[in-house]
Design a protein around this ligand. Sequence first.
Ligand SMILES: Nc1ncnc2c1ncn2[C@@H]1O[C@H](COP(=O)(O)OP(=O)(O)OP(=O)(O)O)[C@@H](O)[C@H]1O
Ligand SMILES: [Mg+2]
Length: 510
Amino acid sequence: MLQQIDVRMPPLLTATGICKAFPGVRALENVRLQIESGEILAVVGENGAGKSTLMKILAGVYTPDAGVIELDGRPVAIRSVKDAGRLGVTLIHQELNLAGHLDIAGNIFLGREPTWGGPLRLLDRGFMDDAASAIMRRLGLLASPRRLVQDLSIGQQQLVEIARALSLKSRLLILDEPTSSLTDSETTLLFTVLSELKADGISILYISHRLKEVESIADRVTVLRDGRNAGELQRHEINHNGIVQLMVGREVKQFYQRSRGDGARQAAVISVRGLRWEKSQRGIDLDIAPGEIVSLAGLMGAGRTELAETLFGIRKMAAGTVAIDGKLLRIRRPKDAINAGVFLVPEDRRVDGLILSDSVKHNTSLASLSLLSRFGIMQRSREETLASAMCERFNIRTPTTAQMVGNLSGGNQQKVVLAKWLSRTPRLLILDEPTRGIDVGAKSEIYALMDALAHSGAAILMISSDLEEILGMSDRVLVMHQGNLAGSIDREALSEEAIMHLATGGGAHL
Ligand SMILES: Nc1ncnc2c1ncn2[C@@H]1O[C@H](COP(=O)(O)OP(=O)(O)OP(=O)(O)O)[C@@H](O)[C@H]1O
Ligand SMILES: [Mg+2]
């Protein structure tokens, strides 16, 4: 008779008692995380909950203050990224880490280029291209291995990073908000790749604020709250409300809120006629009434950000007119726009929106300098009051308002940029992807603020790739396609299909 032996494999990785503190912040306290081979584990939590810090510890970027990490049931020391790599753990950062001037194969084998000719160490380009092609095929990355990385889309670049991890024989891939700059089709492709890797026994730690993605891809969800374990959901328990409950510890109040006025019958706040920033465009006409929230939809690269930048004076107008409250406005630089009450919350907030080396307090007050200073002298106490109020309102996790913005978590940095502009009273507020990377609780705060601003008579133009958000918040949707306005959809006629139809070039031209 055969004896029953327990042949269960130990989990791929177990981390227990993980602690990590930064000055003034306990980022992780006694955290536990376990992942099996071939499992996709989602790690979720509010902005500042400690997700990225935990991942950086597993990947050797930070060393924990306390705690044990076991791999295949044996304790390991991960003191550097190199250590982690040797053990098969790779973190793919949100800001991708590639050498743009090298080609795909060069990036996959960077630092480990195959050579021949013994001591001559001649680069074995043929081998490199073949090996790169084999991995690229596995990921469905259809390009020549000689293609320069800087010419690839963000989604393709991400696949190159994954290819590099696979060539390093990684057993655990950590993806920190991988889809935040991907198009829908790139996201779908990434998910297919992740499922295939999983089938090959590779484990994946997946961080995202997009709970729909988590629902569709995760085998299990671990929730962090304030640097501690808040709970875990098994595959059959994963649903939106369950995740949110654990994340926030309470129900999030009604998500989208719109109190509609009759602004549409009043004179437009902004009137744009024949606007072009490139000669090839047909001119863009656009009106937004007081109290109206108009969304700008379209595929990536459709020209939405360009339009916003032109209205804000970052991009040069080639033709056309812009009037604010009936007065023609010459916009040559952002200052002209700001003086007329036109504000832009940019898409790439780390580049355009913040001074990372300055404090939360100074960053929130930058836009309100004229409001805060009397006779040209900054009133310190008012600055502090404003900054504290903003931190409270948006739940910005920071030990004090004197903290350097660069030390905040990704989502909290974004909240600071929003706070900076929302603390003033705009005539026209342009928001470019306002909730990307932001947790559910703060999202509903942002929607409430947009609603309040509109209610007080401001016009709002929101660029968003989140169809659900567009459907929830808009009075009207303008859809762009290849640099032109492809159509306008009123609230009554709004649907995902109607938007996608126009966004993919299927509409009648205006
Ligand atoms: N280098 C650092 N110096 C000081 N504080 C830091 C540093 N890195 C992270 N923190 C703090 O540790 C806490 C956890 O941050 P972490 O980046 O892990 O959050 P997160 O869960 O990834 O949030 P998000 O969803 O916004 O990305 C935050 O309060 C953050 O301000
Ligand atoms: Mg993070």
